[in-house]
Design a protein around this ligand. Structure first.
Ligand code: ADP
Ligand code: MG
Length: 450
């Protein structure tokens, strides 16, 4: 494997592990400068990137490179200015082409924060997302007047960000004078924190209250952040009362976000709530087809079917697998056949087999309900703790087929009758209460993506 090939397979794999925005920001203009036996020198464009990559991504880079070639043991980073780099790269047309393939998509508009790659045209609709899509599409024709707020929820990598941004991009097309702002709830939180620190709260308030369409992604991260929630509540009311459109996404429905104020939750519940679930085989295949069309690449039906029948957890992983094959095809200048695809995707396919472990169940339940392990294993009979505990026991039984006494032992030596009681109670609640069923489904989805 040449240096370039090594680096391209690293890029392909690292995409699985970090967000597209981080990938674009930190891995642009990087490469392998030299390799001598077990030592690799990675070129980075500036000091800032160097520090960031060293601090945040060193471990994962080393792990991936070591997995590709077990001889590699040491990594150093060196700053190479981009001008020099371009000259170097020009000599290697193929690498350049691949870089374009990876990076041309990220031209984010500075005022709206919207990425033009997310559109309705390249968004595939299936039964798993059709209600969310219909509501989204209605909004683009009449922002502020139909579903307000629109609240879309679903597990990771299933298209929430894509749909939210597509709404923004479409509204700009239909109503060029409308002011649109897209951001994650984490970004919103950090702006509120900065504004408090710099005494510029009034300025922040007026910025947000002047927009026509406010889109906030991953609203679940507002949980526990009281000051931000308060500011968001007032912004929400001002916009809502002026018929401005608000669109939100989350990994769970409003009723399951603990640690948000009830007044905010009831605002979220006051509009339209839709979900996105898992796509089926045909939809996964259709998504792959649209992606290769966009990238103007040919890949055989057989290979596409292989990917869609084996990578099922979410669309992000599906795309990651496809990118791996595309990069291989570009580097080697020959089409990927089914055997090559199988060998390139061996690890991804292995990872996507559902392996449920007790640790994964516990992690998913704790994350979902924002609880600490100590609380779940305590003797507390408070509803917010008892119900998650019973749900965890129920999932242990359902997914791992553990015996009641052995589940009891895992939960700090609880008696098996307590576990049977929990199991029966949750089984009954699933029948009586749709919300419980939905929560358990979301937790199960989460278990499979851990
Ligand atoms: P989420 O925000 O739910 O975690 P994203 O919106 O980031 O998921 O989607 C992950 C990737 O899958 C993105 O690259 C997106 O373009 C793609 N994707 C998701 N849903 C669809 C769809 N219905 N059609 C085409 N591509 C999709
Ligand atoms: Mg997202």
């Amino acid at each position: 494997m040449t240096k370039e090939e090594l680096w391209q397979s690293l890029l392909a794999q690292i995409q699985f592990n970090i967000s597209p925005a981080n990938f674009a920001t930190w891995f642009k203009n990087t490469g392998i400068l030299s390799r001598e036996g077990k030592d690799i020198v990675i070129s980075v464009p500036n000091n800032f990137s160097k520090e960031w990559i060293e601090n945040k991504y060193h471990k994962i880079i080393l792990t991936i490179l070591h997995n590709i070639d077990s001889e590699i043991k040491n990594i150093k980073y060196e700053i190479i200015s981009s001008k020099l780099k371009t000259n170097q790269r020009c000599s290697d047309n193929k690498t350049n082409e691949i870089n374009q393939l990876e990076f041309k998509e990220f031209k984010i508009d500075k005022t709206t924060n919207l990425n033009p790659r997310y559109t309705f045209e390249n968004f595939i609709i299936g039964s798993f997302n059709e209600l969310s899509h219909a509501a989204a599409s209605a909004i683009t024709k009449n922002p502020g007047l139909v579903y307000n707020p629109l609240f879309i929820y679903g597990g990771v990598g299933l298209g929430k960000t894509h749909l939210l941004q597509a709404i923004g991009n479409e509204i700009i097309k239909n109503f060029p004078t409308k002011k649109i702002k897209y951001l994650s709830s984490e970004k919103f939180t950090s702006e509120v924190v900065m504004a408090i620190k710099n005494h510029s709260m009034e300025k922040l308030k007026s910025t947000y209250r002047a927009v026509d369409v406010l889109i906030i992604d991953d609203i679940q991260f507002l949980a526990g952040k009281e000051k931000t929630q308060e500011e968001f509540f007032h912004t929400f009311n001002t916009l809502y009362n002026n018929n401005k459109q608000i669109i939100l996404s989350s990994d769970r429905p409003p009723s399951s976000i603990s640690a948000i104020e009830d007044r905010l939750r009831s605002r979220f519940e006051g509009g339209m709530i839709t979900d996105i679930s898992l796509p089926d085989f045909e939809t996964r295949l259709a998504i792959l087809k649209i992606k290769i069309q966009e990238k103007k690449i040919n890949i055989s039906q057989e290979v596409l079917e292989y990917i869609s029948s084996n990578i099922k957890r979410n669309i992000r992983e599906l795309e990651g697998a496809l990118n791996k094959l595309i990069i291989y095809q570009k580097i080697n200048d020959k089409p990927v056949n089914i055997d090559i695809a199988k060998s390139l995707l061996k690890n991804s396919v292995l990872n996507s087999v559902k392996v449920v472990t007790p640790q994964k169940i516990l992690k998913a339940v704790l994350e979902f309900y924002d609880l600490k392990e100590k609380e779940l294993f305590s003797a507390s009979r408070r509803k917010e703790i008892m119900k998650p505990r019973q749900i965890a026991m129920y999932i242990f039984r359902e997914e791992l087929k553990n015996s009641f006494p052995s589940i009891g032992r895992k939960f700090n030596g609880k008696d098996h009758t307590t576990v049977i009681h929990a199991y029966n109670k949750i089984s009954q609640e699933i029948k009586d209460n749709q919300k419980t069923e939905e929560e358990i489904n979301l937790i199960k989805q989460r278990i499979y993506t851990i």
